[in-house]
Design a protein around this ligand. Structure first.
Ligand code: PMP
Length: 429
């Protein structure tokens, strides 16, 4: 193997024909493969089946009856569990329903309608509202901003988190920049964990907006693939030390610990924020599902219980990550037509193909029965300015399907890259 850049036009043409025939064979095999979303596979879901058998204590004391209305902020044992997970005090926790994305949407909707506190202006009254979006990032975050009419500003991701020089320069002077999305651990899709320096700068930076908020979406807080943990600085403590304790809203859920569609989510924030949000939540709901909260606490017990459980997940999904990385390495490294992340946790492998090729690769894969996350989805407005980023979600397909899927993907990447090289040579002639 050699780099395509060293190939003559004739060799590229010969290889192109070979790969096109391979693609035709894939087409004739009628594949129906899907790597579009980061979903747990059924073996992972089976790890938590015992949850379904947990009986709820039937208390005589009406205040403790999990079947009844009440307890807006969640039951104490579940608050304790999430407090350990997010490294905050239980009084700084609100337990929600089954989805942290729902809590994030709902929190931002509250801020749009009512502001971040009694003193601040509701964001819906702010002209030219803006939000910072480290890219590539999570498409559903961007969809929330778009729905609320916030202008999204791309921030480059470095290998230790968002480019803080860009962030600090922007937030210092513009009071209409109201917040930033952060997936601080095993970020979706880059797999990056923020460095202490980045966390500290986020906590300390001067913001022109007095109601600036960090949306700290710690979705992958315990999602290690290896035995050692990748440490993340405590944002709440960093903000308290910097006097910006009202700045972060933290979120997480058990979606990829127990059942993705039926878990428990939580948010954490300063006392001021919690009181303000509970004041609005009390109008929105009488309380979340305490039966599910109780079951999760009884099943997982504490942080160590969660960590032990996550080791079982890693046993199932690490071989899938390893398989994808092995095939990418075998098929593409010598070609020098793509680069990819080697994550230590989370749910994704982040793949960059040659500039201007991602859309075509994804379309080509789909034409032979492999569905991927749409190209561009990892950027605000679905617009990858380089058209190069593809998110690989290896957890859901069984190993044999995954192997076929990545083989197909590699052929598509090779073919689209060869087309690019031939085009370049044609232009030079
Ligand atoms: N945040 C991130 C970064 C995610 O990747 C996901 C799931 N893909 C979610 C939130 C969704 O979490 P939940 O199931 O708790 O709504």
């Amino acid at each position: 193997m050699a780099y395509y850049s060293q190939f003559s036009k004739e060799s590229l043409d010969a290889l192109r024909l070979e790969l096109e025939q391979q693609l035709k064979r894939y087409e004739s095999e009628n594949h129906d493969l899907n790597m579009a979303r980061g979903k747990p596979c059924s073996d992972q879901l089976d790890l938590s089946n015992a949850l379904l058998d947990i009986k709820i204590p039937l208390e005589k004391n009406p205040n403790d009856d999990f079947r009844n209305y009440g307890t807006l902020d969640g039951i104490p044992q579940t608050k304790q569990l999430f407090a350990e997970l997010l490294e905050v005090d239980p009084s700084e926790i609100i337990i929600g329903g089954n989805s942290s994305l729902n809590m994030m949407y709902s929190t931002l909707a509250k801020v749009m309608l009512f502001g971040t506190s009694e003193e601040e202006t509701p964001w819906c009254h702010i002209k030219d509202l803006k939000f910072l979006c480290p890219v590539p990032g999570y498409d559903r975050h961007f969809a929330i901003c778009q729905k609320f009419g916030m202008e999204m500003i791309n921030i480059d991701m470095t290998d230790e988190g968002p480019d803080m020089d860009q962030v600090e320069a922007l937030v210092a002077n513009d009071p209409t920049i109201k917040g930033i999305w952060c997936v601080p651990k095993f970020s979706n899709p880059t797999g990056i964990t923020y460095s202490d320096r980045v966390v500290e700068r986020l906590a300390k930076m001067k913001t022109a907006a007095t109601d600036f908020r960090i949306i700290w979406d710690n979705a992958y807080v315990v999602h290690e693939l290896y035995n050692d943990t990748e440490p993340l600085m405590n944002i709440m403590e960093a903000c308290k030390a910097a006097g910006t304790q009202d700045r972060p809203y933290l979120f997480t859920s058990m979606s990829k610990v127990t059942f993705a569609g039926a878990s428990v989510a939580a948010m954490a924030a300063s006392k001021n924020n919690i009181d303000f949000i509970l004041g609005i939540m009390g109008v929105q709901t009488i309380g979340s599902d305490k039966i599910n909260q109780y079951r999760h606490s009884a099943f997982l017990k504490d942080l160590q219980g969660v960590k032990n459980h996550m080791k079982k997940h890693a046993q199932i999904i690490k071989p899938k990550f390893d398989l994808v990385l092995k095939i990418l390495d075998e098929k593409l490294t010598d070609r020098q037509i793509a680069t990819w992340s080697v994550p230590r946790g989370g749910y994704f492998i982040n793949l960059d193909v040659m500039d201007g090729c991602a859309k075509e690769v994804v379309e080509m894969a789909e034409s032979v029965g492999l569905k991927l996350t749409p190209a561009g989805a990892t950027y605000p407005y679905g617009k990858d300015p380089f058209d190069r980023n593809i998110r690989i979600a290896p957890t859901f397909p069984p190993m044999d399907e995954l192997e076929k899927a990545i083989e197909i993907l590699c052929v598509c990447i090779e073919l689209v890259s060869i087309h690019k090289y031939i085009e370049r040579l044609d232009h030079q002639e």
